[in-house]
Design a protein around this ligand. Structure first.
Ligand SMILES: [Mg+2]
Length: 330
């Protein structure tokens, strides 16, 4: 059987059946946004890895090397926010064509460092290899937290919230694929696609409250990622699609392409906003803490119920499934 037949999630499930092993100090292994290890002073160490492949995640003609590096760093660091953590360092392995210019390779590394620095950490090391073809970047992000936010903690009665607004990443990608030059993308779409902001402001504001029961960052699309959260929590999530906040310029972009803005927001991957759950009674305190910290806003978009899976109410018809890295879709 080929990987494209099994799909990313089918393959991961198959791996997990074989890799169940643990070791002293490992609190959480594979299956969440990051692994969780016991660390000093009662804190937890978070470790996660994220790969970016030319031709699959980006096209070289769209972005400069510096932009590609910075985006890869920010995307990898977002998984630490998804665990309720703050970043401590970044490692990057690069597979580069020997024909790449030294300046371009330097710009990649500078971009990785710029993305790390924007999130409060630095590039601490990595590895270099020659690539016979496309550019390949693997980023390992390391962070810490006093209380981690797993995907598995959502409880019936919890409210489901999302940070920021959605749809910009998919809208930007769709415009690029239709031949719009990167420089001509609407500014919000360009910034959100190129320079995603991991939700560390939300983490910092909400950690002291201790109310987040489960969290995930939106990399596969809201619908797909809430599906992951519901499955991990063995609960049902009811998503009110009409409450999902749209990013600026998404409506206009959707109109231009003859698409549905709400559908874009529900399925847009690589958004790197947080979807999370808190007990319903904690919602007001969450909103207050975010406002006091001048963190990005969050919106209640649904609730957790007893049951299984994701139920979407009040939304447009959606294409089946979310982002699957082994699907033939580009
Ligand atoms: Mg993630």
């Amino acid at each position: 059987m080929r990987l494209e037949e099994l799909g990313e999630f089918g393959f991961l499930a198959r791996l997990r059946d074989r890799l169940g092993g643990s070791a002293p100090g490992v609190v959480l292994g594979s299956g969440d946004d990051a692994a969780v290890l016991l660390w000093e002073g009662g804190k937890y160490l978070l470790v996660t890895t994220d790969a970016v492949v030319e031709g699959r995640h980006f096209r070289r003609q769209w972005f400069t090397e510096r932009e590609i590096g910075e985006r890869a760093a920010r995307a990898a660091l977002s998984d630490l926010a998804a665990m309720g953590g703050l970043p401590r360092g970044l490692f990057a392995s690069l597979a580069l064509s020997p024909e790449l210019s030294v300046e371009a390779a330097e710009a990649l590394a500078e971009g990785l460092e710029a993305g790390a620095a924007a999130c409060g950490c630095h590039l601490l090391g990595g590895d270099l290899a020659a690539s016979p073809g496309p550019l390949f970047i693997d980023v390992v992000a390391v962070g810490e937290t006093e209380a981690y936010w797993p995907r598995s903690g959502a409880q019936p009665g919890d409210a489901v919230l999302v940070s920021g607004s959605l749809g910009a990443s998919a809208a930007a990608l769709a415009l690029l694929e239709r031949g719009v030059a990167p420089a001509h993308l609407p500014p919000t779409l360009r910034r959100r696609f190129l320079c995603p902001e991991p939700a560390f402001d939300v983490v910092q504001a909400l950690q002291p409250l201790g109310k987040v029961t489960a969290a995930i960052d939106i990399s596969d699309g809201l619908v797909a990622d809430l599906g992951h959260l519901a499955a991990a929590s063995a609960a049902q999530i009811c998503l009110r699609a009409d409450r999902v906040p749209l990013a600026a310029e998404v409506r206009a972009a959707a109109r231009q392409m003859g698409g549905d803005a709400a559908a874009l927001a529900l399925t847009s991957g690589e958004e790197y906003e947080l979807a999370f759950t808190v007990p319903r009674v904690a919602v007001e305190g969450v909103q207050r803490a975010l406002a006091e910290a001048a963190a990005r806003p969050v919106t209640v978009i649904g609730e957790v119920r007893a049951g299984r899976g994701l139920v979407v109410e009040g939304g447009p018809p959606l294409p089946a499934g979310g982002w699957d890295h082994f699907s033939a879709r580009e």
